[in-house]
Design a protein around this ligand. Structure first.
Ligand code: UD1
Ligand code: CA
Length: 463
């Protein structure tokens, strides 16, 4: 990735709005985009420019926004108590912007923005005498965005918001991205003259454009190569659209890193996931949160993996669900298996169909192949747990531990009533109910009900 450094640039991120059009109890900038709050995507991009500082303007649910983002170094929180418009929001940052050369203003609701594109704007701004530079794009459907008005010679005149645009202006298809680079020395003088006489009664940042021109300053629009990058999220339809675009980007990045992705339009790979090379992600699979997949793994089809770590060469077969678990190399899981939080599988473990494992450690090479529930258990290596065996870990009030040694063989349909210990090399006969500790070696089985036979019995006939 290209690296940037702008020690004389202050970045302002606007994130104070309520996001009314989302119709949500949650502040808009905290809505996740592929598993990460949209503001975090924007902050990550801002940070990669290595600016002097980043000021984030918060207002609506400010405390919640701050708490969610935490306290990354280099970020100043600026409170905008009343959301009086984007110009007013920038004005709230005056005191933190006094020592830099330029101010770059971006919105907290445009997570597709790339650092490279921002850098193009800053470079274009600095190569000219422009006081105000902004990114624009040509859209086939410009609805909702501020339109860029130009005179007959093509010189930018102003930006007209959707709600203020007359019928002719609404036909303009060049729009403002809302991203501005402005010389610090002029910015606040311009903002001081911005009024709120418009359809929304707000102080619009884009109104600095005609004000700068009136003072004889140069203003330029820098056309973006990829208009998708400026897609703003104002409602849930745009949220879905931005996720789709970001997903395509992430899939492509992993493909170029050596990951095979089958039917890429059907998978979900969230932004913080890592996948090792030569892994294959089959159709319909979802890799969520901070999931880490090693090299040479095969996942799916239709597996869901959330905040889990998989070592190299694992196989996760169809319809398996893994959450907050740690899976050793060459483990085989599924189909139809479920690994719940705090589970750790060592290398070469085999978990088969309709098996649920919760808060347990399974030692190297052990097998739980069919229809089992293992909870609150530590199991040694090379064990074999027969079909239908379960740990009875819950007495209705408390959870209890099961400890199983190495090379233990547990016959099918065994119930291990926790707390209980089964020592190394023990064998347990099928159908046993084990409520006392089992010594090492030998065969243990609980009394089986007597088997009876009735030779006179006949099957009932159908009427
Ligand atoms: C804005 C621009 C528009 C541009 C579009 C690009 C204005 C007036 N309009 O419109 O020209 O085409 O973005 O996406 O600038 N915010 C605050 N405080 C406020 C108001 C808004 O911090 O008082 C923040 C919002 O949280 C949001 C950003 O500013 O992150 C943009 O506000 P929004 O209401 O989404 O503006 P748009 O109507 O999209
Ligand atoms: Ca917006």
């Amino acid at each position: 990735m290209a690296s940037f450094e702008y020690p004389d640039l202050e970045i302002i991120v606007l994130a104070a709005g309520k996001g009314t059009r989302m119709r949500s109890a949650q502040p808009k900038v905290l809505h996740p985009v592929l598993g990460k709050p949209m503001l975090e995507h924007v902050l990550h991009t801002a940070e990669s420019l290595m600016p002097h500082g980043i000021s984030v303007v918060v207002g609506h649910e400010a405390a919640q926004v701050r708490e969610c983002i935490g306290d990354p170094a280099n970020i100043h929180w600026v409170e905008q108590h009343q959301q009086l418009g984007t110009g007013h929001a920038v004005n709230c940052c005056q005191s933190v912007c006094d020592s830099c050369r330029d101010v770059l203003i971006i919105c907290g609701d445009t997570p597709l923005l790339r650092a490279k594109t921002l850098s193009t704007l800053v470079e274009a701004h600095r190569q000219t005498d422009a006081v105000v530079s902004f990114l624009s794009a040509k859209l086939s459907n410009p609805y909702g965005y501020g339109r860029v008005k130009r005179d007959a010679d093509g010189q930018v005149l102003s930006i007209v918001e959707q709600k203020d645009a007359d019928t002719d202006e609404q036909l303009i298809n060049e729009v403002s991205s809302g991203i501005f680079c402005i010389r610090q020395q002029e910015l606040f003088a311009l903002l001081a003259r911005v009024g709120n006489d418009n359809a929304q009664g707000e102080y619009y940042l884009p109104d600095v454009v005609p004000l700068a021109l009136q003072r004889g300053a140069m203003v330029q629009a820098v056309l973006m190569d990829d208009a998708d990058e400026m897609t703003g999220i104002n409602n849930r339809c745009q949220l879905a659209e931005v996720e789709r675009l970001l997903q395509q980007r992430i899939v492509r990045d992993w493909q170029l890193q050596g990951v095979t992705i089958e039917q890429p339009d059907t998978v979900r790979i969230e932004a913080s996931v890592h996948i090792g090379r030569d892994s294959i992600i089959h159709a319909g699979s979802q890799l969520l949160g901070a999931t880490h997949v090693g090299e040479g793994c095969r996942i799916g089809p239709y597996a869901v993996i959330c905040n889990a770590e998989l070592d190299d060469e694992c196989r996760v077969y169809a319809f398996s669900h893994i959450e907050e678990a740690n899976v050793g190399a060459q483990a085989n899981i599924g189909p139809f298996a479920r690994l719940r939080p705090d589970t750790r599988l060592d290398e070469q473990v085999r978990i088969g169909n309709f098996v649920e494992i919760k808060k347990s450690v399974i030692g190297r090479g052990s097998k739980v192949n069919h229809l089992s529930y293992i909870g609150d258990t530590t199991m040694g290596r090379d064990c074999n747990i027969g079909a239908g065996s379960i740990t009875c870990n819950y007495d209705g009030a408390n959870k209890h531990q099961t400890r199983i040694g190495d090379r233990v063989f547990i016959g099918s349909d065994t119930k291990l009533i926790a707390p209980v210990i089964v020592d190394h090399d023990a064998t347990i006969g099928a159908g046993s109910i084990i409520s006392k500790n089992v010594n090492a070696g030998g065969l243990t089985l609980s009394a089986r009900p007597e088997q009876r036979h009735n030779s006179k019995w006949r099957r009932p006939r159908k009427d």
